[in-house]
Design a protein around this ligand. Structure first.
Ligand SMILES: [Zn+2]
Length: 212
């Protein structure tokens, strides 16, 4: 499997393309604006078809490119029900944005929840619910990749904002401790913004959330 970190859109949100050339299949985690222009050549290079789009949470910068991706690929979309309003009616976020940012709704095919296992790429990913930055933030943990795609819950040496609508610091702290810091120290943490980190490194050095 190949994992591509693809910062895209006006605030360089990370989308992650995971390809499995042996099965000619690919999964995209988050769809920031303009992500299609980045994934199209990679899908061609690896000879893969995008079959699924998994959304970590409903903030506009993670979903802005989703309708184009779905139109081009017919990928099936999965997201958590707690972000249904943000994903299906993104104009509710427009009061926080400048006017030229265009948002189009995305149709979700499958609502996912804590403990679901999503088969993909000849393996599966576990869904863990990590609210606190956004009510429907989930992470996707692939044991086969030793990697967790965490959206905006946790960043290298930082954490997601908890001052946006639906955010709550205590809830975020609990999510990180119970759902991320319980993964093995070697687990790669791939966040919605910025560089990769690991569970062990954040447990040791994150200035905002310490393990219990
Ligand atoms: Zn966010």
């Amino acid at each position: 499997m190949n994992v591509y970190q693809l910062p895209s859109g006006i605030i360089q949100t990370n989308g992650y393309l995971i390809t499995e050339p042996k099965l000619a299949e690919a999964v995209l985690i988050d769809a920031p604006g303009d992500i299609w222009t980045k994934i199209e050549p990679l899908l061609a290079k690896d000879g893969c078809k995008l079959t699924q789009l998994w959304i970590t949470h409903g903030h506009w910068d993670h979903t802005q490119g989703a309708s184009e991706v779905v139109e081009k690929t017919s990928a099936q979309v999965s997201a958590h029900l707690d972000d249904k309003v943000l994903i299906e009616t993104p104009k509710v976020m427009s009061k926080f944005l400048s006017e030229e940012i265009e948002l189009s709704p995305v149709t979700v095919n499958r609502w996912i929840k804590q403990g679901d296992h999503l088969p993909a790429l000849g393996t599966e990913a576990e869904v863990r619910h990590v609210p606190g930055h956004c009510p429907g933030n989930v992470l996707f943990y692939f044991s086969a990749l030793n990697a967790a795609f965490v959206g905006d819950a946790l960043f290298k040496s930082s954490i997601g904002r908890s001052d946006l609508p639906g955010g709550d610091f205590n809830q975020l702290e609990h999510s990180i401790r119970s759902q991320i810091y319980t993964l093995s120290d070697e687990t790669r943490v791939l966040s919605g913004h910025g560089a990769e980190t690991s569970v062990g490194l954040e447990k040791k050095t994150n200035p905002y959330v310490k393990p219990l």
